[in-house]
Design a protein around this ligand. Sequence first.
Ligand SMILES: Cc1ncc(C[n+]2csc(CCOP(=O)(O)OP(=O)(O)O)c2C)c(N)n1
Ligand SMILES: [Mg+2]
Length: 406
Amino acid sequence: MTTTQDIHSPRFLAGDEFSIPTFRLLQQDGTLFEGAEAPELSREQALKIYHTMVATRVLDERMMAAQRQGRLSFYMQCTGEEAAVIGAAAALDDADMIMAQYREQGALVYRGFSYDEFMNQLFGNELDYGKGRQMPIHYGSRKLHYMTISSPLATQIPQAAGYAYGQKLAGEGHCTLCFFGEGAASEGDFHAALNMAAVHEVPVIFFCRNNGYAISTPSIEQFAADGVAPRAFGYRMHVIRVDGNDILAVLSATREARRIAVEQNKPVLIEAMSYRLAAHSSSDDPSGYRSKKEEAAWREKDPILRMQHWLIDQGWWNDDEEKALQESLRREVLETMKRAEKRPPPPLDSLVSDVYADVTPALQRQLDRLKAHVRQYPEAYPKGARSLDPDVKVHDDDADDAQGGK
Ligand SMILES: Cc1ncc(C[n+]2csc(CCOP(=O)(O)OP(=O)(O)O)c2C)c(N)n1
Ligand SMILES: [Mg+2]
């Protein structure tokens, strides 16, 4: 479809005639902006959202510390972006699909992924749904409609468009929410996905977390345009920019986006403006590319404190409850971590078991050689690898706690 208006002298449009406003409801002190109205939110759901935000922050802090102690190989924090991620998840139906990038563990916490399930993946033990084949943070849960994370950036964006097309055909009123960073939005996959979704009119919400950085590259060096939001015009798509540290605005915008997606079968782009308060990952050190002053300014806009102030204002929360929650979550994370660390890795044979319907001779040869190597150099392999002989059952007192599979 093209527009038909004619002009008879050259007139170029630069795009900067549009300025995209930012949707905000909540101020940092927990009061609403003048004229702003909070979305409908029961005390129960508000507290669930808040608990999820705190539980995610505690998990991140503890796991980062565990990485520094050498107990974990790698970790990525969501710190500073909890409102964007959890507000979006809270606006969905539990059966809607979530396809995430890697920094959206809060959405999984919201859906009920337990600390045990996180730890089993992080430590790649025998209960990890991915059977220890992936780096830490590559979570996934079929039960919770959360597609497993994959490292190559932006692959989930066209997949989300395709998945939503399937949801449209199924006609059950579900949508897909696809998270990605503003850095990933520079991949060709982003453009292919948005065009495909707009042309085929599918129920998908593209949720861009604009957190200011793609590792060390600030967003100002990533694109000349006013962020990612204006790109929606090129695909004739609904778009909204929202303050990503404002839980009420994110919830309200995503609920409305879901309504458009599901009722009208139209894709929506949301750009949530936030800041990655932590390092990119445990392998990164931001002091080389940004100032402490910049970080401090964003720490003042902490999304968790903003929601906490609002809850206290509502009479739904107090300091004693805060203290008790923090203590119990910290205890739970530590206990869970100890449990997960003790578990043996998955059997070695599982390395080749799901590649083809039957293990091919080439894979079998590789496995045999690996076993011979483990036998020759047992000290170089993790203790407790019951891998060499999967028929030998290692005694395991926590086995009864095993979580439901994917
Ligand atoms: C195709 C591809 N290119 C490069 C990378 C390396 N890489 C991993 S994360 C990242 C930055 C992504 O930034 P953004 O999308 O803004 O997400 P954020 O980390 O800020 O949440 C890069 C370049 C990758 N994983 N995949
Ligand atoms: Mg980013």
